[in-house]
Design a protein around this ligand. Structure first.
Ligand code: NAD
Length: 337
């Protein structure tokens, strides 16, 4: 299939997608933002002609010359917008989290299934060089059997939370913490059970906990932990540690190095190897490139609707556990049919 025609909707984080698309040489046939200032700013910044700028996404739904859209609007609108474009026969790359409820993600899966179009969820950590490297090291067996892994999402939202992010449904575990949850799922599979505690000390403007710790159990008694803090007083990090029977890997999407411990002939870990890695924690180019290549070649996208939905399912289970004080078993059956 030849080059595809794209629209990008929502022009704040969406600008990273425009850049990703441009870096890949893809055609941006339209951009859209209901805020005229944002629309103009993005149009001027990327030299996108006035006739390709729209304030109402519904005008784009009806257009027959668009192949695919990137949706980067507030999470609460992901369902309506994704379903509208899928039903109109467009492929969709929708920002994470896929949506904020089981009902919404189920509706999005149905829309993708019925339309036969692809819906990819932008779990961008799967394109972060340090995490791609971690995935390949796990798969190479150099760490042996992974028996425990942890990831933290620490990001101070103090200045960005007085808007749609303060919706009770947009809990920090699902909003930002979905990155760490998705990363653990990518590396270790679907957790069978989660148990969580939460606390609320730093962000009085949100109606949910701003720090949560969740432990989880995967198949074969592999254990995991996710820590999410959206009020933390530190710089952004997604420090991640993977413990295996033959080695340990410490990495972070904000660090240019990764630390790899492996065992010597005596079964002990010796001097660690320091691996250099590119720092690129929002690798929109690789994400876009992967989406575009999958559509053009008719191959399944990496993080499809069911993958995105399972990450939401684990996040909702963590939130529920922290609220009830009881362990919760994520119900993946909702997304397997
Ligand atoms: N992958 C990542 O690491 C990452 C990072 C940031 C944001 N995000 C996700 O991207 C999405 C957008 O986040 P953001 O930080 O850009 O939010 P934002 O509030 O800063 O910007 C949203 C933009 O969408 C526009 N918009 C809202 N409703 C619209 C509509 N109906 N039609 C057209 N435009 C509309 C707004 O005017 C605004 O310009 C969210 O889903 C968020 O979770 C992902």
């Amino acid at each position: 299939m030849s080059q595809l025609k794209y629209a990008v909707i929502g022009l704040q984080f969406g600008m990273a997608h425009i850049e990703g698309a441009m870096d890949c040489g893809a055609e941006i046939a339209a951009i859209c933002d209901c805020n005229e200032d944002h629309l103009r700013a993005a149009g001027e910044r990327y030299a996108i002609a006035a006739e390709k700028r729209f304030t109402d996404y519904r005008e784009l739904v009806a257009r027959s010359d668009l192949d695919a859209v990137v949706i980067a609007v507030p999470d609460q609108q992901h369902r309506a917008m994704s379903c509208a474009f899928l039903e109109a026969g467009k492929h969709v790359l929708c920002e994470k989290p896929m949506a904020l409820s089981r009902e919404d993600v189920s509706a999005m899966i149905r829309a993708a299934d019925v339309s036969g179009r692809q819906l990819m969820i932008g779990q961008i950590c799967r394109f972060t060089p340090a995490f791609e490297k971690a995935k390949s090291l796990v798969e190479s067996g150099v760490l042996g059997d992974v028996y425990y892994l942890e990831s933290e999402y620490a990001h101070d939202y103090m200045k960005i939370v007085d808007n749609w992010r303060a919706d009770p449904l947009r809990h920090g575990v699902i909003g930002g913490g979905c990155h760490a949850v998705d990363l653990l799922r990518w590396l270790a599979g679907d957790p069978r059970e989660v148990f969580a505690y939460g606390t609320h000390r730093l962000l009085p403007q949100v109606p949910y906990d701003d720090a949560t710790i969740a432990v989880m159990k995967f198949d074969d008694n592999t254990m995991g932990k996710v820590f999410v803090s959206t009020g933390c007083k530190r710089d952004y990090t997604m420090r991640t540690v993977i413990y295996g029977t033959k080695g340990t890997l410490i990495c972070d999407n904000t660090s240019p190095t990764m630390t790899l411990f492996t065992v010597g002939p005596d079964g002990m870990a010796h001097e660690p190897e320091i691996l250099e890695v590119e720092v690129n924690n929002h690798n929109a180019k690789r994400e876009f490139e992967t989406f575009d290549a999958s559509i053009r070649r008719g191959k399944p996208v990496l993080t499809n609707a069911r993958e995105g939905a399972k990450t939401v399912e684990v996040c909702l289970s963590i939130i529920e556990s922290a609220k009830t004080g009881a362990p919760v078993r994520p119900d993946y059956a909702l997304y397997t049919t």
